[in-house]
Write a protein that binds this ligand. Structure first.
Ligand code: GDG
Length: 483
């Protein structure tokens, strides 16, 4: 294996403009962190969309931006507003996203979106092909690019291709609803290694391959004529040390060094010794189960009145995909629910829910993780959910309790969390009570087991394990052809 390249929908930098001056700011998200070491160490290029519609800026400006990306070893795939609308908001987020998260009633099946999805996938594949030499490897990411592996393989059979899906892969009964189901599976099967967060997603994928194509599958290998394709699970981790260290630094700050948010949190706890905080953080997405969570919190306040005035839910909802109508409706529903609950249970000196509809800087995120007694993470479906891992990593003294939906991929690794069914308000309300009254010894014991696990399998280990398997897939294929 010579170089390793990365292909993802977005490049790992955002464009900052200050008058005539344009700069790139590195993303700090999980994927960017995990991949940076890979493509730089292996001398590859990162191929993706720069984050700006190509028809909204001049050619000169686009060229200047492209050059900045080239300096960072990135290659831009240009997409215009119509392509973004039909490929990204359309097929990716109105078809694949809801269907793969079992929101079948939200899934649109639109021929024009599909045609654009194919054309845009071809653009990404062409950009990758142009960058690669025979003997290189490429790691393609996520549901926006399901067709890219086959598009690369058909023109460059001598590169090794890895594909990782960051969202769930649904069961066959749901997947079969997709009119283009065979094309999607064929697209993925262009890869030599296909990775999922959990074994369940992998199993669903095998079942679709078997039913739609009848290919032979033994253990985790699919045999298609002269090719062997491996599928496996790689639960994505976080940069554990970064969260731990940041939380330790937050703990050591003097009053004058503290942020406004941190001072407010301190004031809240000082106002009464038995006050508690519950934390909820997600993108505002219907898969994250936010309305159910709010209803369960209201049920908790109704059922356990002794906790009124004492427990506040801090809810951070990060704006997301605002162009898609289901997200606009969700925003309205959440706003109304928060208003109703605060109206019903609030008083002059007590607000049951502190609601932030925005993104907060990283240091505020750490302050929230460190200060909140309970994390309430209750998606209806979630490929993994990194917030759960970040909360655990940031609990420096091992106190705190994690309430977690059994529908999130991360639940498979967090047996010590309080696992709940995200649509069961009653169970969730009781779990909130259990979390708030959990003895400290029990909190510490549960937390330390979870911590140890996520420390061992962090984002760097995840990326390295995937690359190790990709190399193995390459040698299995070479041995097979030599026979
Ligand atoms: C997809 C899959 C899978 C959130 N608010 C702020 C902020 N965040 C950061 C968190 C965390 C990330 O965003 C969210 O990651 P999740 O994993 O929870 O969820 P998705 O965005 O849906 O990600 C998911 C993931 O891909 C990886 O494969 O786990 O299942 O849906 O890292 O910390 N960061 C900052 N401010 C915020 O306000 N700085």
């Amino acid at each position: 294996m010579q170089k390793i390249h990365i292909v993802s929908n977005r490049l790992p930098f955002s464009i900052k403009e200050d008058g005539e001056n344009i700069t790139l700011e590195a993303s700090v998200g999980g994927l960017a962190t995990g991949m940076k070491s890979i493509y730089k160490d292996y001398g590859g290029t990162w191929i993706g969309w720069p984050g700006i519609d190509s028809d909204t800026i001049s050619n000169d400006k686009m060229e200047a931006i492209d050059n900045l990306f080239i300096e960072e070893k990135c290659a831009s795939v240009h997409l215009n507003s119509e392509e973004i609308h039909l490929f990204y908001e359309g097929f990716s987020n109105r078809t694949i996203w809801p269907l793969f998260h079992y929101f079948t009633q939200f899934a649109d099946f639109n021929q024009e979106d599909w045609e654009t999805y194919k054309a845009v996938n071809q653009k990404f594949a062409d950009a990758a092909i142009e960058t690669m030499d025979d003997g290189d490897a490429v790691w393609v990411h996520d549901y926006q690019l399901l067709l890219v592996p086959e598009m690369i393989k058909s023109k460059k059979p001598n590169v090794t291709i890895g594909f990782f899906l960051h969202i769930p892969f649904p069961s066959y009964e749901v997947f079969r609803m997709l009119p283009w189901r065979k094309e999607i599976i064929k697209g993925m099967l262009g890869a030599d290694l296909i990775g999922f967060h959990t074994y369940d997603y992998e199993r669903h994928f095998f079942s679709c391959v078997r039913r739609l194509f009848g290919y032979e599958i033994s253990f985790n290998q699919i045999h298609i004529e002269e090719r062997i394709i491996i599928a496996d699970s790689f639960p994505m981790g976080i940069d554990y040390e970064k969260f731990l260290k940041s939380a330790q630094e937050v703990g050591m700050k003097s009053i004058t060094e503290k942020s406004e948010l941190h001072k407010e949190l301190d004031k809240y706890f000082l106002s009464s010794p038995d006050r508690k905080l519950i934390l909820s953080i997600d993108r505002l997405d219907y898969t994250k189960g936010i309305p159910n969570r709010l209803k369960a919190f209201a049920r908790f306040l109704e059922k356990y009145p002794e906790f009124r005035q004492k427990v506040t839910l801090i809810m951070l909802a990060v704006p997301s995909r605002g162009q898609v109508d289901h997200y606009q409706q969700l925003k309205k529903e959440v706003d109304e629910l928060v208003g109703q609950i605060n109206g019903a249970y609030g008083s002059i000196n007590y607000t049951p829910i502190w609601y932030f509809y925005r993104s907060l800087p990283f240091n505020n995120l750490i302050e929230l993780y460190s200060s909140c007694d309970v994390a309430l993470i209750t998606p209806v479906r979630d490929g993994m959910n990194l917030v759960a891992k970040e909360y655990v990593a940031s609990r420096i003294n091992n106190t705190g309790a994690l309430i977690l939906s059994e529908m999130a991929g991360v639940a498979k690794e967090m047996g010590e969390a309080l696992l709940i069914n995200p649509v069961d308000d009653e169970e969730m309300a009781d779990c909130i009570h259990q979390a708030l009254t959990m003895p400290v010894d029990e909190q510490k014991s549960r937390m330390s087991f979870m911590k140890e696990r996520i420390q061992r399998y962090d984002v760097f280990k995840w990326a390295n394990e995937f690359i190790k398997s990709l190399k193995k897939a390459e040698s299995i294929q070479t041995d097979f052809l030599a026979k």
